[in-house]
Design a protein around this ligand. Structure first.
Ligand SMILES: Cc1ncc(COP(=O)(O)O)c(C=O)c1O
Length: 364
């Protein structure tokens, strides 16, 4: 099938770029002795999970139990649920996953730890646990210091759970400018202090799990880090470019769209809006744009309705007619992927393969 036969709007992936992204990160992790457990939230596809494992990932990371169920299809040696799992229904489903692969859960409360311990006991399975520490994002995770040590000690005492170490997500470091690099250095100091506290308290931290795509290639500079969980790196997006974490040449995924109207002079409408791209604005910027138009980078994709993308052509490098097709690289690829049923994998102008977004809409 030729790319021109793809109906739009569709999520398309340049397979050469994706393969290179997978290889580069696997090589980086191997070179620095870092365990790679990629977050599959970005691609939500068994096919890519398998590729990540084949290219050197030790296991896979998911946020939700329903994603874990899907990713069992990739046959990972272990799975990290990087999200607190709360409530009977989720825990029962998680125990089924734990019967099929080794499971580790990140959590930040005794409530979550006790529920997990009880569920593991009832199901006669053993689970790993990472105590989550907040290193600056202010989302989940207890504060470093006494609270974290207390959480770790309590987890350690609960039956059917093994405290494997600590986890954090450095999502507050979005730009690798001087400020971002200083924040990374601070994070490194903070971790060194946390790990010294754990050693003093006689608590083992076999795993120190962190890492995001923007900070990815600086992971080896973070003292004590043993594992990285990047997700976005497989495709990359405009936010990652803006953070300094990749270049346009590293963006593997885009949405192929068709120009459906040029009725308004100086503007065009493409056949994708918020139901195709999500409404995610640029991270860390007040600029209102929703993606990069590959065929005319000067064009400004500035507004969306559900099925309409508004593009201002005042500074576009070329003109467009109804029926022209343009590739748009989304601001945030993870949320865009979740809106699509399938991914069209391209080698040059040929559709080499099509795969389903298996974890699409898996939110529980
Ligand atoms: C807990 C956790 N780990 C890892 C990641 C992956 O980070 P990135 O999307 O920057 O690759 C995320 C992303 O949201 C996350 O929430």
């Amino acid at each position: 099938m030729h790319v021109s036969e793809i109906d739009t709007p569709r999520l398309v992936v340049d397979l050469d770029i994706m393969d290179r992204n997978l290889r580069r990160v696997a090589d980086y992790a191997a070179q620095h002795g870092l365990r790679l457990r990629p977050h599959t939230k970005t691609h939500k596809s068994v096919r890519i999970g398998k590729l990540q494992l084949d290219s050197g990932a030790a296991g896979l990371t998911v946020a939700k139990v329903s994603e874990a169920e899907v990713m069992l299809g990739a046959e990972p040696a272990d799975m990290l649920l990087a999200y607190p799992i709360i409530g009977h229904t989720k825990l029962e489903r998680l125990m089924d996953v734990a019967r099929r692969t080794r499971v580790t859960v990140a959590l930040d409360s005794l409530v979550a730890a006790r529920q997990l311990s009880d569920a593991a006991g009832a199901a006669a399975v053993e689970l790993g646990v990472l105590a989550e520490v907040d290193v600056g994002l202010g989302r989940v995770g207890v504060a470093p210091g006494a609270l974290l040590l207390e959480l770790a000690r309590c987890i350690d005492k609960l039956p059917h759970l093994t405290l494997e170490g600590i986890t954090f997500y450095p999502g507050h470091i979005k730009d690798l400018d001087a400020g971002g690099l200083a924040a990374l250095a601070q994070l490194s100091e903070l971790l060194a202090g946390i790990l010294a506290d754990f050693r003093k308290a006689g608590i083992d931290t076999r795993i120190v799990s962190g890492g995001s795509t923007p900070t990815l290639f600086h992971s080896h500079e973070v003292q004590g880090l043993t594992e990285i969980r990047p997700g976005t790196y497989v495709f990359n997006d405009i936010n990652t470019i803006r953070s300094g974490g990749c270049t346009l040449e590293d963006c593997a995924a885009s949405i192929l769209t068709t120009v459906v109207s040029t009725a308004r002079p100086g503007h065009m409408i493409i056949d994708g809006g918020s139901k195709t791209f999500s409404s995610d604005r640029l991270a860390n910027s007040s600029e209102v744009t929703f993606g990069h138009i590959v065929e005319a980078p000067g064009a400004k994709f500035h507004k969306m309705n559900e099925e309409h993308g508004y593009v201002d052509l005042a500074h576009a490098e070329r003109g467009f007619q109804v029926g022209d097709r343009v590739h748009v690289i989304p601001n945030h690829i993870c949320v865009a992927v979740n809106l699509h049923e399938k991914v069209y994998g391209l080698r040059g102008d040929t559709v080499e393969t099509v795969w389903p977004v298996d974890g699409r809409g898996k939110l529980q």
